[in-house]
Design a protein around this ligand. Structure first.
Ligand code: ADP
Length: 358
């Protein structure tokens, strides 16, 4: 993929549409500097911006990625080749993907969940009757644009916030009925968390951060040592175990956060935009770690993201808009490239059609 060519193409199309860099940046909700970096070939747009950028510049995704207008006569042939080359390059080889096989055991069950925020003069229906299930050992994504209700939904599943209606069951237990004290204990026993901001404790070493959940459970010291050692080796962070979070890179901190989330073998790992603060290499490593968790540790993961690249690692994706699940996609035996293309397709349809339902 020729980054400089793509940059020049973005610049020429932008000018053709009479837009300044600032105007384009404003419409995409990003900084002028980001647009300038694309146009000089220093960086590529974030994958989540491809669809809105194409629509603003009135070009197809293939044309954007190729960096030139594709003439009608070779549209099909060239488009397929471009899409394949570009996405293969970005997503890498995933020969090792083991398709998720249906498991009858349900870890998470939502039934007609609602969240209404009532203020003095306004009422916002943030979540409007959502029902779905997450089976044990699956990696499930929740996708949606800003304001679609992702954080609200995740906070309720994380038991940090209570629904206005409906039920949320984790391991068969209805969490809405638990007291605050019982909830804290429930979270420790059943849930693991990975946030965008890592949330590691700066006064503890990486080892101590990972071991914390087991220490709280009063696990034997030898068992803690063996578990942390094994996980650290799997995540390639053995060398930094004695360092403090502020002494290691963002990618390493996030892998430490992953180790901490899984160390106590929770029923459900909740990941909130876990790649949001990472560069693309670290993001890829993190997502591969989550896939490894589900394959090797039979972990069940629910990840909230607005990014199609991150979502392409999931087994199933629910698409959220205006507080409702509009549709879902199963990866099945598809490779990441094809799944990614399907995700972009659904995102474009949902963005286009406010009434889109599968
Ligand atoms: P997302 O995480 O997808 O960006 P949110 O869950 O933050 O979406 O928000 C969904 C909707 O609920 C938005 O319209 C938002 O303005 C509204 N909302 C979220 N939190 C509150 C709150 N505490 N009080 C009132 N409205 C809220």
């Amino acid at each position: 993929m020729d980054q400089t060519k793509i940059g020049k193409f973005i610049a020429s199309q932008r000018k053709e549409h009479g837009l300044t860099q600032s105007q384009l940046a404003e419409r995409l909700g990003i900084t002028d500097k980001a647009v300038s970096k694309w146009e000089t070939g220093k960086s590529l747009p974030d994958l989540s911006l491809f669809t809105p950028l194409c629509s603003l510049l009135d070009v197809t995704l293939n044309e954007l990625l190729l960096g030139e207008v594709i003439p009608d006569e070779c549209l099909k042939e060239k488009s397929n080749q471009v899409l394949f080359d570009v996405i293969s390059g970005m997503l890498g080889n995933d020969k090792g993907h083991i398709p998720y096989t249906a498991n009858n055991e349900t870890v998470l069950q939502l039934e007609n969940v609602k969240k209404i925020y009532e203020e003095a003069d306004a009422k916002t229906i943030a979540i409007n009757g959502i029902s779905f299930e997450v089976a044990k050992g699956s990696f499930v994504g929740i996708m949606g644009a800003s304001g679609s209700g992702k954080s609200t939904l995740l906070n309720m599943i994380a038991t940090i916030d209570k629904p206005s209606g409906g039920t949320i069951k984790i391991d068969g237990q209805d969490v809405s009925g638990l007291t605050e004290e019982k909830l804290a204990d429930f979270r420790r026993r059943h849930l693991g968390f990975i946030f965008q901001e890592y949330n590691l404790l700066d006064t503890l070493t990486i080892y101590e951060n990972i071991a914390l959940a087991l220490t709280i459970k009063e696990a034997p010291k030898k068992e803690i040592q063996a578990t942390v050692k094994k996980l650290a080796a799997a995540l390639n962070i053995t060398d930094i175990l004695q360092k403090f979070p502020y002494e290691v890179s963002g990618g390493q901190r996030q892998r430490c956060a992953c180790a901490r989330a899984i160390v106590a073998n929770p029923s459900l790992i909740l990941a909130d935009e876990p790649t949001g603060a990472l560069d693309s290499h670290s993001a890829k490593q993190l997502l591969e770690t989550l896939v490894m968790f589900r394959q090797d540790y039979h972990a069940t993961i629910l990840m909230v993201t607005h990014d199609a690249f991150s979502a392409s690692y999931c087994d199933r994706i629910f698409f959220l808009k205006d507080g409702e699940i509009k549709t879902y996609l199963d990866r099945g035996v598809k490779n990441k490239q094809n799944f990614f293309a399907d995700i972009l397709d659904v995102m474009a349809k949902i963005a286009e059609d406010s009434c889109y339902v599968s």
